[in-house]
Design a protein around this ligand. Structure first.
Ligand SMILES: Cc1cc2nc3c(=O)[nH]c(=O)nc-3n(C[C@H](O)[C@H](O)[C@H](O)COP(=O)(O)OP(=O)(O)OC[C@H]3O[C@@H](n4cnc5c(N)ncnc54)[C@H](O)[C@@H]3O)c2cc1C
Length: 378
């Protein structure tokens, strides 16, 4: 079986690696001469994702954390994360993934932009070739999935990361749900031994500069060094991800965790599921479309809850609730890839307070009721 992968970002590389591990003949097309540039991602992943990616991920770890702190500007709550959270150097990660894929037999056309693909397996890039399957991983703005009319087309959140040349003396990840910094999304601070990475997301990119100034003021961030960013995809994933022999993955398909926009977990999971099915004898097109469907239905469930959490200040209230119970202490442990546990953790900690806050939230904002009902119903 011959598979073409269009796009050498994280998603194209993880699908290339897993297909190669399943014994498939893979050809990668990347329009840039090198992978990893320009950087955009914060690079925070769970232990599970390191396991999916393997050696390139372990070699790219720059810092590790056993908890995350959630803040709303008033209350802070620390949650232990099962298995830990890891900050990866993203440019190095993609370079090492490419090197590993090449060592496993990947054929790579670097600096080659694909012009068109067809559901019957044709890839046009100046020359043209036919493949048994095509994995389109051309990113949110990619023209290949857009010209097919298959993929994720909702407006993104715009995210920016800033590296600061200051050392706080702490090693901590803080996620800040504070609408004076970022309305409808959140901001983050990654304090490491060698510096701080901070950033925020906003639906309206014009609000980023103002939000950043407030974030810097509130957290005393100094010495801006490097800024980068891009579209953050918050779902829900595209209804259709496969058409004929073509399968759309990554940001192009909206395969992202809907609360954070994290793309490394869902795509590592989908690629690993496809690999397992191929090794069990399932044909490549069926394995790809089944694994994408499995992951996208999981994300669709997370989406309902993420929307309820982000819109209407639900998370800000949950944080007040948890902080009132045990300020500053680790109040429970969560799965970094399945934050849907956080509200149930709140309920377990303080049932009647949760009910009171829930009722008050709905009385103040009745439009939230159908959304919360949808999130809770199976
Ligand atoms: C600010 C920010 C912070 C983030 N933080 C995290 C995080 O902490 N953890 C996490 O898991 N995720 C995070 N993400 C999300 C994550 O970075 C993305 O989900 C992921 O990088 C998307 O990878 P991709 O390969 O799907 O797309 P892209 O990285 O956009 O790659 C697409 C590739 O396709 C190539 N291409 C496009 N068109 C063609 C063509 N016609 N021919 C050949 N090549 C083509 C492009 O050159 C590019 O290399 C963050 C994103 C942002 C913006």
């Amino acid at each position: 079986m011959k598979v073409a992968v269009i796009g050498g970002g994280f998603s194209g590389l993880i699908f290339s690696l897993k297909l190669l591990e399943a014994g498939v003949d893979v050809t990668l097309f990347e329009e840039h001469e090198v992978v990893g540039y320009p950087p955009h991602c914060t690079g925070l992943v769970s232990r599970r994702v390191l396991g999916f990616i393997g050696a390139p991920a372990f070699k790219s770890i720059v810092s590790s954390f056993d908890s995350i702190t959630l803040s709303n500007g008033r209350s802070r709550v620390t949650l232990r994360v099962r298995g830990g959270v890891f900050k990866l150097e993203r440019v190095k990660l993609e370079r090492l993934m490419l090197e590993e894929a090449l060592s496993r037999g990947l054929k790579a056309f670097m600096g080659v932009a694909v012009k068109r693909v067809s559901p019957r397996g044709v890839v046009e890039y100046g020359d043209s070739r036919i493949f048994d399957s095509i994995v389109v991983a051309d990113g949110y703005h990619g023209l290949i999935h857009r010209s097919l009319g298959v993929g994720y087309f909702n407006p993104p959140v715009y995210g920016v990361n800033i590296e600061y040349g200051m050392v706080t003396g702490s090693r901590r990840v803080t996620v800040v749900f504070d609408s004076s910094i970022s309305r409808g999304f959140f901001s983050w601070l990654v304090e490491m031994d060698h510096g701080v990475l901070a950033g925020l997301g906003a639906r309206n990119p014009k609000l980023l500069a103002r939000g950043l100034r407030v974030l810097e003021g509130k957290f005393g961030l100094r010495h801006r060094m490097l800024a980068y960013g891009g579209p953050v995809i918050t779902g829900p994933p595209a209804e259709t991800l496969s058409i004929g022999r073509v399968h759309v993955v990554g940001d192009a398909g909206g395969l992202n965790k809907p609360l954070t926009g994290g793309g490394l977990y869902p795509n590592s999971l989908a690629a690993s599921l496809a690999k397992r099915m191929i090794l069990e004898g399932v044909d490549v097109n069926t394995a790809l479309s089944k694994s994408l469907n499995t992951v996208s239905s999981m994300l669709r469930k997370q989406y309902k809850l993420a929307k309820a959490i982000l819109e209407g200040g639900v998370i800000e209230r949950i944080l007040d609730l948890l902080a009132g119970e045990e300020v500053g202490e680790a109040v429970g442990s969560v799965d970094y890839d399945h934050y849907e546990e956080i509200p149930s953790l709140a309920v377990r900690r303080a049932f009647w307070k949760t009910v009171k806050i829930g009722v008050r939230t709905i009385v103040e904002n009745p439009a939230l009721l159908p959304r919360i009902a949808l999130a809770i119903l199976p």
